[in-house]
Write a protein that binds this ligand. Structure first.
Ligand SMILES: C[S@@+](CC[C@H](N)C(=O)[O-])C[C@H]1O[C@@H](n2cnc3c(N)ncnc32)[C@H](O)[C@@H]1O
Length: 430
């Protein structure tokens, strides 16, 4: 593709994202590229880079466009991005070449827009703080309450680029051997510092194409998510329930710490997500797991009341801890979403609590950094649940010492280099 054709594709992709504002940007992008198989890997990366640069700076670009009185169309956002975030050697007007497959030439109004933004920098001292930090206005006070004096640094870290983390599958290999095999395939990985099973791969490397990945020796999983697995402390021979299992990311990790012994059930209300687990479980060599689809009026949970040693609730949440991967998610998030999610989290937590045996543990986790979804949920649950108390994870469960002070863990990209994650370990005392 010519540079102008790549730009045209970026305009088309942004337009599709704008037409589906509730859909995650990566889902729109995957569908977009699936329908355009002729776009090769390098072109795809170049188009995505340009689009994600716009998504990461959405409010900045919107602010600049409003300031010069221009409507915020996908073309206008890209024109603004080229002015306030110029790339060395790039001549914007030349990219709008009007060639076959290329982006249409700039109109007179667009040339005027470009001229008015030329020489401006991305940030302006006049920008409101929420715009500068790229967060919705309503969310800023909540984030400020959570992070206090480190607010700006925490949000900047949440808006940065995420590394690629792998969890080594100890059912099949060791961390050292997995790193060696990846290196043979040209991929250098470093051991993670918090997770005892993690490898971190710098930059964007084609890990899923490696023999190590295909053979189930490694799984893509953020280090923070691995820490939640460690906090669950699922051991060989236990009965374990992954109540919101999705495509089984944490089920796989817990089956590993159980050394494939005992029994683990992966539940979810979403059939497509649970279906996604099948291939992953097989690839990882997990054979102590079953899946169960939760349906309305399900008697499954009632029949298993008080029977599990471990119940993990990886609750549906705002995903505010994963903004590094999904910068568009922060723009879609509404106050109403947060209210609905916290209500759902409370309901799921109280149902899941009935499934834990006396002496067993309930682990509540989110990939959110918001107090409402984390510490507040636990405080509300404990106030209504005299049979539960916060517990310290066992010293040999794989967690770094002192990470789970008070039975709660709160990870952030700034402080831990992971996605934002929360986990609370609760013990059923009778
Ligand atoms: C954060 S995701 C789980 C991610 C997964 N544990 C992993 O590690 O890959 C939350 C999951 O909760 C599921 N969910 C939503 N409402 C639920 C409910 N009432 N009961 C059980 N699962 C639910 C969603 O379908 C979603 O898959």
């Amino acid at each position: 593709m010519t540079p102008s054709a790549r730009l045209a594709a970026a305009i088309d992709l942004l337009s599709e994202m704008e037409a589906a504002p509730r859909r995650p940007a990566d889902a729109v992008a995957n569908a977009f590229f699936r329908e355009r198989r002729y776009i090769g890997g390098g072109d795809r990366r170049a188009v995505s880079d340009r689009v994600w640069a716009v998504l990461r700076h959405w409010r900045h670009l919107g602010w600049w466009l409003e300031r010069v009185g221009a409507p915020a169309s996908p073309r206008a956002r890209l024109i603004a991005a080229m002015q306030v975030m110029p790339r060395p050697g790039e001549v914007p007007a030349a990219l709008f070449s009007g060639d076959r497959y290329g982006a249409a030439p700039l109109t007179a109004a667009e040339q005027d827009l470009a001229a008015r933004l030329r020489g401006q920098s991305l940030d302006s001292p006049e920008m409101p703080q929420a715009v500068r930090l790229e967060v919705p206005d309503w969310l800023l006070p909540r984030l400020a309450d959570m992070f206090g004096t480190t607010l700006e640094a925490e949000i900047a870290a949440l808006g940065g680029e995420a590394p690629l983390d792998l969890r080594v599958n100890l059912l099949k290999t060791t961390r050292r051997e997995a790193a060696r095999l990846l290196a043979e395939g040209g991929i250098d990985a470093e051991e993670t510092t918090l997770s005892p099973w993690g490898l971190r791969v710098p930059g964007r490397q084609p890990v899923t194409a490696t023999a190590a990945f295909k053979a189930g020796l490694v799984e893509i999983q953020d280090e923070g998510s691995q820490i939640v697995v460690a906090a669950a402390d699922a051991r060989p021979g236990m009965r374990v329930l992954d109540y919101c299992a999705g495509a089984a990311g944490k089920t796989l990790g817990m089956a590993m710490t159980m050394q494939n012994r005992g029994h683990i059930v992966a539940c979810d209300v979403s059939e497509p997500r649970l279906d996604g687990a099948v291939r992953r479980l097989r690839r990882a060599g997990v054979h102590n797991a079953e899946r169960h689809l939760l349906v309305p009026g399900d008697r499954w949970a009632r029949r298993r009341a008080g029977s599990f040693d471990r119940v993990l609730v990886d609750a549906p949440c705002t995903g505010t801890g994963t903004w590094r991967r999904n910068p568009d998610a922060r723009l879609r998030l509404s106050e109403r979403d947060l209210e609905e999610l916290t209500a759902k989290q409370g309901e799921i937590l109280s149902t899941a609590a009935t499934l834990v045996r006396p002496g067993g543990r309930l682990i509540y986790a989110t990939c959110s950094v918001l107090r409402e979804e984390n510490q507040d949920r636990i405080a509300t649950f404990l106030a209504a649940s005299p049979h539960y108390r916060l517990a310290r994870p066992a010293p040999d469960c794989g967690l770094p010492p002192d990470l789970a002070r008070d039975g709660m863990i709160a990870l952030s990209p700034l402080r831990h280099g992971t996605d934002g994650f929360f986990a609370a370990v609760l013990e059923r005392v009778d």
